[in-house]
Ligand binder design. Structure first.
Ligand code: UDP
Ligand code: MG
Length: 338
């Protein structure tokens, strides 16, 4: 069995309306590169016809197509990790299924890899998302930039290329909630970024609600740094110092000026302000504890229902991937690569 040079990993969640358009552009774009490639679609528990469409595509191009079918919706990043575990290419490129990342740009990413970089990130040239998403992104990029060691200009852009050693390192991790571009970045020796085009979603709507975007960013902040927690400790220390100073001042005033009862609303103001800080800190602490809780439960990160691939592709892969699935109709399997 020969390993392809390039693996393209694409998470798919309820993308029935756009998949055909993706196939129509992706396969010719990859054929044009003139190298051995494979495409791994991971159906993230879609509730529409995506799985059937992917099945059809597998039957049309079984030479380069592999499909992993999840039993439920485990999220974009788990889907990408499942792709990473099965990918056999020397370079792995991730791509969104909605054609927001032009497949024609993959060649430019590969060219950069050939220059010796092991992680090619991308920045969207003219980002085609609404103003709210763009503003939120800018804010969150800034927060992440100042609270972690991860230097990614445009964290939301998933069109990225990873070298085999970086992919192997990511495969060795067992994080439950993670953000693949950031996790991979921590293992990259020579990361680089290039600008790529960005298009409007071909069809359908974004699969991320405001809530899931907030969750994702908490994962990014608390999953890669302890700085938020340390900030809270330092803030607490500063507040204690200021309060201590006030206690002394007030005690002296009690002795030299006498009892004072004015300023009730100022007191309320200060009390609520501190209460707010306290609640925020508890929430932040909870974020870390929640991550620990999810991690120690040791549940499978995702459940693979079936894998569609050619018989010869089913041999153990170059990476430490789970045992190969034998038939597309097997019972659900837990997948954990340790
Ligand atoms: N996606 C997924 N699981 C999810 C949500 C999204 O596999 O739970 C996939 C989706 O099909 C798409 C990619 O992740 O291929 C990016 O999603 P989307 O385009 O909705 O995100 P946005 O571009 O709005 O950030
Ligand atoms: Mg999108």
């Amino acid at each position: 069995m020969s390993y392809p040079e390039l693996s393209v990993v694409i998470p798919v969640y309820n993308e029935e309306s756009g998949l055909q358009a993706l196939f129509d552009r992706l396969y010719p774009a990859l054929d044009a590169l003139g190298l051995g490639y494979e495409i791994l679609f991971i159906n993230d528990g879609s509730r529409d016809r995506s799985a059937a469409i992917l099945h059809g595509q597998f039957e049309r191009r079984p030479d380069v197509t592999r499909v992993v079918l999840f039993g439920a919706n485990f999220g974009q990043h788990m889907a990408i990790l499942a792709g990473f575990e099965r990918a056999r290419g020397n370079v792995v490129v991730t791509l969104d299924a909605d054609l927001q990342n032009p497949p024609e740009e993959i060649g430019r990413l590969l060219a950069k890899m050939r220059e010796g970089y092991d992680y090619v990130g991308t920045v969207r040239r003219h980002r085609q998302d609404n103003a709210f998403r763009r503003l939120a992104s800018r804010l969150l990029n800034w927060v992440r930039d100042h609270s972690t060691k991860i230097r990614i200009t445009d964290q939301g852009c998933m069109l990225r290329a990873y070298a085999r050693p970086v992919v192997n390192a990511v495969n060795a991790c067992q994080e439950v909630n993670t953000f693949v571009p950031a996790l991979a970045y921590t293992f990259a020796q020579h990361p680089v970024e290039i600008e790529v085009g960005h298009e409007e979603r071909h069809s359908g709507t974004s699969k991320y609600s405001v809530y899931s975007l907030i969750r994702l960013n908490f994962d990014l902040m608390t999953g890669f740094s302890l700085i938020p927690l340390q900030m809270v400790s330092i803030g607490g220390m500063l507040l204690s110092a200021v309060s201590g100073f006030f206690v002394i001042v007030l005690a002296l005033r009690r002795v030299f000026v006498g009892p004072e009862a004015e300023g009730l609303f100022t007191l309320f103001g200060i009390a609520f302000f501190l209460l707010g800080i306290l609640l925020f800190s508890m929430g932040l602490l909870g974020e870390y504890i929640g991550r620990i809780y999810q991690q120690v439960r040791l549940r499978p990160r995702y459940l693979v229902q079936a894998v569609l691939e050619k018989r010869e592709d089913r041999a153990p892969t170059a990476t430490d991937s789970p045992p190969p699935e034998r038939s597309p109709t097997l019972a659900p399997q837990a997948s954990r690569s340790s």
